[in-house]
Design a protein around this ligand. Structure first.
Ligand code: SAM
Ligand code: SF4
Length: 317
C-alpha cells in the first residue's frame, strides 16, 4: 500500500494491551494506567478483523506489542489467529521477556517467528530501579527460553540512557558472543518522562561506536538498524537512531492501539478510530490513516518533544 509520499506501508504494529507488569521510568507512570473498560478496548475478534483488513490492503508484516503483550490472557489465541490471516507472512512480538519462560514455546507454536526482548541493563539493582518492579533474573530467563524455543530471530533492545547504562555498552554487546541474538541500542526518545534523567541522558548512538571501536559494519538490509559485528560473535550489534538520524523516508509502518486507534505516525497525535467498525469500514480507515502519514515528524532533537500525545505503553512500541 503506497502512502501519499510513495512509501510502501507493509508493516502493522498491533498493541494488544496498554497494561504492563513493569513500570519503566521512561515509558509509563508508577501507578500504572487507568484500566479501560471492555467497551473501550478492541476485542480479540476486532483485532483479527483489523489484521484481515490491513492484510487485504497489503500489510504483510505484523508485530504484536503493548504495554506488555504477555500479560494478555488470550495472547496465544491472538497470535495463532493473526498468523493464519492470509497475506501475513511475518509475525513478530515485542516483550520485556519476564513472562517468556512459560510462554516462549507456545508463542513459537502459535506462529510467532521473530521476537524482540527489551533489556536496558545487566545490573540487577539498576534493572529493578528502571523497571520499578522487575527482576533481572526473570528477564534473563526469558532470553534463555527464547533461545531454547528456536525463534528465527531474537533481538535484544536496550534504550541508551547516558548516566544509566552507557557504562554497560560492552557488556550488553557481549551478549552477541554468548547467544545467537542481535543486540540493538536505541536512542532515548523525548516521550513521556524521558526528561527525568537529565540533559546528558539523550546520547547519540554513535556513543556505541566510540566505546566499541572493534565493531565492523555489516550489511543492514531493509531494517531501520545500522548493523555491526564484534569479532567472533554469534549475532550482530545494531544502532537505531530515531533522534539523531530519523528514518521517516524509509517508514513502512502504521500502528493500532489497544483502544482501537490507528496512528499513522508515532510522533503525531493524529488518530483514526476503528473500534466497533465492520471490515469494509476498517479498510477505509486504514486507507485514510496511510494516506495521512506525514512526510516526516517534527524532529526530536534539542528541546523538541514528541507530539505523540500518549505514552509508549499506550501506543505500542
Ligand atoms: N513491553 C514491551 C517491551 O518493553 O518490550 C513492549 C512495549 S514497549 C512500549 C516497546 C519498546 O519501547 C521497548 O523496547 C521500550 O524500551 C521502548 N520505549 C519506551 N519508551 C521509550 C522512549 N521514550 N524512548 C525509546 N524507546 C522507548
Ligand atoms: Fe512495560 Fe515495555 Fe513500557 Fe517497560 S517499556 S513499562 S516493559 S510497556
Amino acid at each position: 500500500m503506497l502512502d501519499a509520499c510513495g512509501r510502501n506501508i507493509y508493516y502493522l504494529r498491533l498493541s494488544v494491551t496498554d497494561l504492563c507488569n513493569l513500570r519503566c521510568r521512561y515509558c509509563m507512570p508508577e501507578e500504572g494506567v487507568c484500566k479501560k473498560t471492555h467497551d473501550e478496548l478492541l476485542t480479540e475478534d476486532e483485532m483479527i478483523m483489523a489484521v484481515n483488513a490491513a492484510a487485504s490492503l497489503g500489510i504483510s508484516k505484523l508485530r504484536i506489542t503493548g504495554g506488555e503483550p504477555l500479560v494478555k490472557k488470550n495472547i496465544l489465541s491472538i497470535c495463532s489467529r493473526a498468523a493464519e490471516v492470509s497475506g501475513i507472512n511475518e509475525l513478530c512480538l515485542t516483550t520485556n521477556g519476564t513472562l517468556l519462560p512459560g510462554l516462549a514455546s507456545g508463542l513459537k507454536n502459535a506462529g510467532v517467528s521473530r521476537i524482540n526482548i527489551s533489556l536496558d541493563t545487566l545490573d540487577a539493582e539498576k534493572y529493578a530501579y528502571m523497571t520499578r518492579r522487575g527482576s533481572l533474573s526473570q528477564a534473563l530467563a526469558g532470553i534463555e527460553s527464547a533461545v531454547e524455543a528456536g525463534f528465527d530471530s531474537i533481538k535484544i533492545n536496550a534504550v541508551l540512557i547516558g548516566g544509566f547504562n552507557d557504562g554497560e555498552i560492552a557488556e550488553l554487546a557481549a551478549l552477541t558472543m554468548k547467544y545467537p541474538v542481535d543486540m540493538r541500542f536505541i536512542e532515548l526518545m523525548p516521550m513521556y518522562e524521558s526528561g527525568q534523567f537529565g540533559k546528558n541522558a539523550a546520547l547519540p548512538a554513535d556513543e556505541v561506536l566510540r566505546r566499541l571501536p572493534q565493531l565492523t559494519p555489516v550489511s543492514s538490509g531493509t531494517g531501520v538498524a545500522e548493523l555491526y559485528r564484534l569479532p567472533g560473535s554469534l549475532g550482530r550489534v545494531g544502532l537505531i537512531r530515531p533522534v539523531s538520524r530519523p528514518f521517516c523516508d524509509e517508514c513502512s509502518r502504521i500502528r493500532l492501539t489497544a483502544d482501537g486507534r490507528l496512528k499513522p505516525c508515532l510522533h503525531s497525535a493524529a488518530e483514526f478510530p476503528i473500534k466497533g467498525l465492520g471490515l469494509e469500514e476498517m479498510k477505509e480507515q486504514i486507507r485514510k490513516a496511510v494516506m495521512s502519514k506525514p512526510a516526516r515528524h517534527g524532529g526530536l532533537d534539542g528541546e523538541k518533544r514528541s507530539g505523540a500525545g500518549r505514552s509508549m505503553n499506550a501506543i505500542g512500541g
